[in-house]
Write a protein that binds this ligand. Structure first.
Ligand SMILES: [Zn+2]
Length: 498
């Protein structure tokens, strides 16, 4: 094999030499230099040992002759020939775009030398892919096969767009094909077995855009079923889990809640609960409630149970997170010397005292003039096994006539909105009624602190510091007490509803 290659190289060199002789002889004819973009450039380049002399090669009739001469070892080198389709584009499996500038396109899958570099492509530049070979993508470049390093290329969909975010996950219900385009008449990229979980990026005319072994393709949507989302993502509590036992009932707040054999999210699923079903809760350890359902013992994640005390105070042992807005370096809304952070802390402290007096376990995200980040407040809630979250704020508007109380809840996929709405409504109505505030109602608002908790979470805007009437109440201790009493009553009302 080695010997054959050597003799071929000698032949090539010999031919090259004769071509150059011809060119040099006719160079006075004023031929233009061959462009590096010329489709034959790389072939010639490969044949010329001394590349500095290469610029002398001219385009035109002589080149055609050169290509003709080359064609006798075409089977070995496969040089591109103008007007002849060397590559079968029906075999393209996808399109990639470069994620970096100057990505090398190589003749072979070898990044150790520069000799095989046939071109480069800048960020956003696109290439058709014929195969994935290890770390390399086999692409077409100037009508010939070439390779780019996979890491720096990102696959696009059939329309040449980025895949975007995963919309959902599906499981194949039978063995199916992944196609280049959303039609079964297009090329099959690969076959996927039954019961394989795949991500869905887009839905196009009954096909799902997915990714199989790193390559995007389209699968028939009807040959899959949606993966039931396991809720919640288990947070990572850092505190010692509080143990609670007593006369407890749990009302399921989401559909398809798993009952597990053991208290962890990978344990065998014994059965699934529907939204609105009740289970007897024997005990709660951290996030896991040991329950009895149809006489069977099991565990469910307590974030998806509304825990109801069957005897005693409805608030007894409930773990409630109270979040005084802003703090420290962040005063929130300020009018004159009045800062939102101070009003929020005052009201929050009073709410906490009232809840604790009723037997609840209350944790405040801050108890002084400090600034926990919004993400820090979410983490705090998770770390403390919070069951509901109430953030307390004061509003501001450029229009000083804007006034009243409004309460926000976040709507996120898989969340139990009805619980959020219940809690928000009870709290909002109590404030409006007891403090005689303008009712700006319960609203959707995806604030970080309430959007990132799986538990019922609300954000209350007590009133407007920018409005003189509201401001008078927000700076009066008797009204502050009324605001706090109202929030407490709203929470009590929430837990009293079975
Ligand atoms: Zn605020």
């Amino acid at each position: 094999m080695y010997f054959k290659k050597v003799s071929l190289m000698l032949t090539i060199l010999f031919i090259s030499a004769s071509i150059f002789t011809i060119h040099n002889a006719s160079a006075s004819g004023g031929f233009e230099d061959i462009s590096p973009k010329h489709e034959a450039y790389e072939e010639i380049n490969n044949l010329v040992v001394n590349k500095t002399s290469f610029a002398d090669v001219a385009d035109g009739r002589e080149l055609s002759g050169y290509v003709e001469q080359l064609s006798f070892f075409k089977s070995e080198k496969e040089p591109p020939v103008k007007g002849v389709a060397v590559l079968d584009t029906s075999q393209v499996i996808g399109l990639v775009s470069s994620t970096t500038d100057g990505l090398n396109i190589r003749k072979s899958k070898d990044s150790s030398s520069k000799a095989n570099i046939v071109g480069t492509i800048n960020k956003g530049g696109k290439l058709s892919v014929y195969a994935v070979e290890g770390d390399w993508l086999k692409v077409s470049y100037n009508d010939a096969f070439a390779y780019v390093y996979k890491t720096y290329a990102q696959f696009l969909d059939a329309d040449g767009n980025a895949l975007g975010n995963i919309q959902k996950q599906v499981t194949t219900t039978q063995s199916i094909n992944s196609y280049v385009k959303p039609t079964s008449s297009s090329k099959v990229i690969s076959t996927v077995n039954s019961k394989v979980k795949l991500p869905v990026y887009k839905t196009v005319n009954g096909y799902y855009l997915t990714v199989v072994k790193g390559v995007p393709g389209y699968i028939v949507a009807d040959s899959t079923e949606d993966v039931k989302v396991e809720k919640p993502s288990i947070p990572n509590p850092t505190q010692t889990p509080p143990k609670v036992s007593g006369d407890l009932l749990g009302r399921v707040t989401v559909d398809n809640l798993n009952i597990r054999k053991e208290a962890n999210s990978t344990s065998t699923v014994l059965c699934k609960l529907k939204k609105g079903e009740y289970v007897q809760v024997n005990s709660i350890n951290g996030y896991w409630a040991q329950i009895i359902y149809n006489g069977q013992e099991g565990y469910v994640h307590k974030s998806y149970l509304k825990i109801l005390n069957l005897s005693g105070n409805p608030l007894k042992d409930r773990i409630i997170i109270i979040d005084p807005g802003h703090g420290g370096k962040d005063p929130g809304t300020v009018v004159g010397t009045i800062a939102e952070k101070n009003i929020a802390l005052k009201v929050s402290t009073l709410v906490t005292q009232k809840l604790e007096a009723a037997g609840a376990k209350v944790l405040m995200t801050r108890t002084g003039d400090t600034y926990p980040t919004r993400e820090g407040r979410v983490d705090f809630t998770h770390a403390n096994y919070g069951e509901i979250f109430v953030s307390i704020h004061v509003n501001y508007a450029a229009n000083t006539s804007a006034q009243g109380t409004e309460t926000f809840f976040a709507q996120t996929p898989g969340d139990m909105h009805q619980e959020d709405i219940d809690l928000a409504t009870f709290v909002n109505n109590q404030i409006v009624k007891n403090v005689n505030m303008n009712d700006r109602k319960v609203k959707k608002g995806n604030f970080i602190v309430i959007a990132n908790t799986n538990i019922p979470a609300i954000l209350v805007e007590l009133g407007f510091l920018s409005n003189s009437e509201d401001r008078a109440k927000l700076t009066n201790d008797q009204y502050i007490e009324l605001f706090a009493e109202s929030i407490y009553k709203g929470i009590l009302e929430y837990y009293s509803k079975q």
